[in-house]
Design a protein around this ligand. Structure first.
Ligand code: G3H
Length: 482
């Protein structure tokens, strides 16, 4: 894309993809750089959002829903023109394979159209008048103000847009900070935002969140904080807001989604779904299966199938045909994962699959660890990468207790064929996490299903219709029927 001249500080973006150097070593490839926003510029960008909102009197928050939708449709048209560039940047910046990068782009377009449809429904229902106790009421959904939005590296486009699109459509104005890995792909799209919406509706800042966000929060002008990322970063950013208890936060955070394989499970199904659940995009999904509990009576049988299936996954570069395991973008990740494996080994677990844990540059061969138990890092920490802890159990109660005592509460998967037994588990599980997947991996989609979590895993609900509600408030115009 076109690069603008820039004299200030820049942050370089290195690809997880390594290239050979003249001295024979492998080094991460430099893909580009972005200008780092100074405090002054961050506050100017915030003020642009505040001015465009203008206490609810701005052009955007007062525009009709039909006209807002027209602007969004213009945006999608421009976004589609950038597909090739965005997909290429996604592969280079975060190492996501071609099929998944393309899917992420297409899914985002579908998501926008689904959100437009849901908004039409909400608007139609809201514009009906009702009369009660002699008062004519028009119930509306109104914007909340200025939204500070921050997205994650693992779904830099799709997850970021699941906060941006509904907040824009509901009439809010936005200050958007891109993630470091997955920043460059936003450049062409930010131009599309700027030319599709009135001035000041979408404003962007770049840089490390810990540096550029605190002054913005301290200003007290942010009405909604939306973040998809880690619980630690969420705490750190929220605390800068002068009225912390009044700050509305909509967040999707850490998770340790657990799968349970019951004695009567169909092992072909369990192996296939756990493989997808634990290792799609190298396990770098908040919804990934991050720990597998298997009944002791079938643990050997399960591992005998699961371990070779893990080792058979194809390692490669994002653009290689059929590559399933690709380079990891977070620079210290391989060291962290190796540390988790060593910690588990020192407490009595072993690597169960051939080549598990071997590394070449930023490629990491997935490892299955067994038997994992309390006290090991892998038992509680969200590894967010291709190492899969497997825990043997005797009583289902052990699994339930694990969920009760865990700090997370996003999703769980249950594998079994005894429908009565599964039915008994559903209520306790759905009251501990927010989605129970029966004989299926954990996942966010379809995007119209509620997506949220309990405890440290989320605040508010994302997904198509829920997000439109999360980024707005129910208001009413009441007239006495005299
Ligand atoms: O990182 C968390 C994402 O929401 C995962 O989404 O389940 O569609 O892969 P997904």
């Amino acid at each position: 894309g076109e690069m603008r001249p820039w004299n200030g500080p820049v942050s370089e973006v290195y690809s997880p993809v390594c290239v050979p150097q003249p001295d024979g070593t492998l080094q991460r490839k430099l893909v580009g750089s972005f200008p780092v926003t100074t405090d002054k510029e961050a506050l100017e960008a915030l003020d642009a959002a505040v001015a465009a909102y203008d206490n609810g009197r701005g052009e955007w928050p007062t525009m009709s829903v039909a006209d807002r939708i027209r602007c969004m449709e213009t945006f999608v048209g421009k976004m589609l023109e950038q597909k090739k560039l965005v997909v290429n940047l996604m592969m280079w910046e975060i190492g996501k394979n071609l099929a998944d990068s393309t899917k992420e782009f297409d899914r985002t377009v579908t998501y926008i159209y689904d959100t437009i449809d849901a908004l039409k429904d909400i608007d139609r229902a809201g514009s009906r008048f009702r009369i009660e106790e002699g008062i004519i009421g028009q119930i509306r959904r109104s914007p909340l103000g200025v939204v500070l939005a921050m997205g994650p590296f693992n779904y830099p486009l799709n997850e970021t847009y699941t906060t941006l699109i509904p907040s824009i459509l509901m009439g809010n104005t936005i200050l958007f900070k891109t993630p470091k890995h997955g920043s460059l792909l936003h450049y062409p799209l930010l131009d599309a935002f700027r030319t599709s919406f009135p001035k000041g509706v979408v404003n962007s800042i770049y840089g490390r969140g810990a540096n550029v966000v605190p002054p913005v929060m301290q200003s007290g002008k942010v009405n909604v904080l939306t973040l998809i990322g880690s619980s630690r970063v969420a705490d750190e950013l929220q605390r800068h807001h002068p009225k912390l208890n009044r700050l509305r936060s909509i967040m999707s955070l850490d998770a340790k989604n657990a799968a349970i394989i019951l004695p009567d499970a169909d092992l072909d199904v369990a192996v296939k779904e756990c493989l997808l659940g634990a290792l799609s995009f190298n396990g770098q999904r908040c919804t990934a299966i991050k720990i597998i509990w298997v009944h002791r009576s079938i643990s050997d049988a399960f591992l005998k199938r699961f371990s070779p299936a893990v080792s058979a996954l194809k390692l490669g570069m994002p653009w290689d045909e059929g590559a399933q395991i690709t380079p990891l973008p977070e620079p210290q990740k391989t060291d962290y994962l190796t540390g988790c494996i060593q910690d588990a080994e020192s407490h009595g677990a072993s690597i169960m699959n051939e080549g598990g844990g071997e590394t070449t540059a930023s490629l990491f061969k997935p490892a299955v660890m067994y038997p994992v138990q309390e006290g090991m890092k892998l038992y509680r920490e969200e590894q967010f990468g291709p190492v899969i802890p497997v825990v043997p159990f005797d009583e289902v109660e052990e699994f339930i207790n694990y969920l009760i005592t865990d700090d997370h509460g996003m999703q769980a998967s249950v594998f079994g064929t005894n429908t009565d037994r599964i039915a008994e588990l559903i209520d306790p599980l759905v009251n501990l996490v927010c989605r129970v997947n029966i004989n299926a991996q954990c996942q966010r989609g379809p995007d119209t299903f509620p997506f949220t979590g309990r405890k440290d895993s989320a605040e508010g609900t994302l997904s198509v219709e829920d997000a439109l509600r999360s980024f707005s408030i129910r208001t009413c115009v009441a007239t006495k029927d005299t």
